[in-house]
Design a protein around this ligand. Structure first.
Ligand SMILES: Cc1cc2nc3c(=O)[nH]c(=O)nc-3n(C[C@H](O)[C@H](O)[C@H](O)COP(=O)(O)OP(=O)(O)OC[C@H]3O[C@@H](n4cnc5c(N)ncnc54)[C@H](O)[C@@H]3O)c2cc1C
Length: 359
């Protein structure tokens, strides 16, 4: 009789966080199944792909062809047109985000990860395992990891409450004449509670988008009209960002990583760097779990939830504070603030860490 196969780890979600975590765990010799509902990895794209120096630092083998542009300045624009340019000490990278997901997915496969194109639906505890149910059947595992994004079903089924705060982003790629800095545009009429952005791929092409807590379409069209002189371009990127602090990102035999754990910068919505940092911490926790034969809530709370929060919560907290201050100011005060920064603040802010982390 054929023995039923039991995986060491099943990961739901084959984008950035899931593929990276899967690859790291499989490299340690664990038997990993990656469940991704889309046939085509990284598509649809839900990202601008702007990251700090930390991403290539973490992904030392990142192929050069995935770096579309490098920028070391950002231009901040107030509602009345006041603007200042910040030059950062370290460059930011504009990445081919779909290419990045595919690269991490291929790395995972090379490390021995098995992949199935299925939709995760639910799980239950059966004896000393987790039985994972998908649209195509069921699989057993010792540990289940949810890397299924901002609307994580794994989080929901594991009773891990996600914050209600979301914003929705729309972006297109447009031709024009662009300077080599990331532009951020603030204001109630431009993008209430967030910002609009222009991130150049080169002098002739840029990723242009808007994010707001809900219904960004009118703002997207208005921003394209203002920035390009026409608004007919359909979005080629759309997605939601959930931000805040989750009380728990673990349960018995369950961990969440990436957007599923809200490992996202609340001010900018960036999640790539945080997700990659947490993927390593998650993979380390898996290894410890097998070494000590412990798969319970307390173990994962200590070795994953607390560990990643020690590393990322300072940045998330600073981001929440920045959000509260800047996004709640009336336009009039934002104009004044930008005028002040323009006069006095550039030198202080040139040391600004884009990830709000130290080290
Ligand atoms: C408009 C926009 C712009 C952004 N720009 C930036 C940026 O410039 N820089 C940055 O750092 N971050 C940016 N982000 C955030 C960034 O995209 C996310 O933080 C990042 O994608 C998180 O990766 P992830 O792997 O955790 O989740 P996701 O990329 O959301 O991947 C989740 C994966 O899980 C799969 N999945 C979901 N449910 C199931 C299921 N039930 N069964 C099987 N598979 C499932 C999905 O198909 C998907 O492949 C942006 C986000 C948006 C919306």
């Amino acid at each position: 009789m054929k023995m039923e196969e039991i995986y060491d780890v099943i990961i739901v979600g084959g984008a950035l966080a899931g593929s990276r975590t899967a690859g790291l765990i499989a490299k340690n010799g664990r038997k990993v199944l990656l469940i991704e509902e889309h046939e085509n990895i990284g598509v649809p794209c839900k990202c601008t792909g702007l990251v700090s120096w930390r991403t290539p630092e973490i992904l030392k083998n990142l192929p050069k062809k995935l770096i579309v542009n490098k920028l070391d300045t950002g231009k901040f624009n107030a509602p009345d047109g006041t603007s200042f340019v910040l030059k950062s000490k370290k460059v930011a990278y504009v990445l081919d985000r779909t290419g990045l997901d595919k690269f991490l997915f291929d790395q995972a496969i090379k490390s021995g990860v098995e992949v199935r194109t299925e939709h995760f639906e639910d799980f239950q505890y059966v004896d000393d395992n987790v039985e994972v149910r998908t649209n195509k059947g069921s699989h057993k595992t010792k540990i289940l990891i949810g890397a299924d994004g901002a609307n994580s079903i794994v989080a929901e089924k594991a009773n891990l409450e996600m914050p209600k705060n979301i914003f929705v982003g729309l972006q297109t790629t447009a031709a024009g004449n662009f300077q080599q800095h990331a532009e951020l545009w603030f204001g109630r009429n431009t993008a209430p509670n967030f910002f609009a952005w222009v991130v150049p791929e080169n002098n002739e092409l840029a990723r242009i988008g808007v994010s707001t807590p809900s219904s960004p379409k009118p703002y997207y069209e208005r921003f394209l009209e203002a920035r390009l002189g026409h608004n007919g371009l359909k979005p080629d990127v759309a997605g939601i960002i959930r931000y805040g602090i989750m009380k728990d990102t673990v349960n018995d035999r369950v961990m969440l990583v990436g957007d599923a754990a809200c490992q996202v910068k609340p001010f900018s919505g960036g999640g790539i760097t945080y997700g990659l940092i947490a993927a390593q911490i998650c993979a380390d926790a898996v290894e410890k779990a097998f070494e000590e034969n412990r798969f319970d809530y307390d173990f994962f709370k200590k070795h994953y939830d607390t560990e990643w929060k020690n590393k990322l919560l300072p940045g998330i907290r600073k981001g929440l504070l920045l959000r509260t201050v800047l996004y709640n100011l009336p336009d009039f005060h934002v104009n004044l603030l930008f005028k002040g920064i323009k006069l006095f603040g550039n030198n202080i802010l040139s040391n600004f860490d884009f990830d709000l982390l130290s080290g």
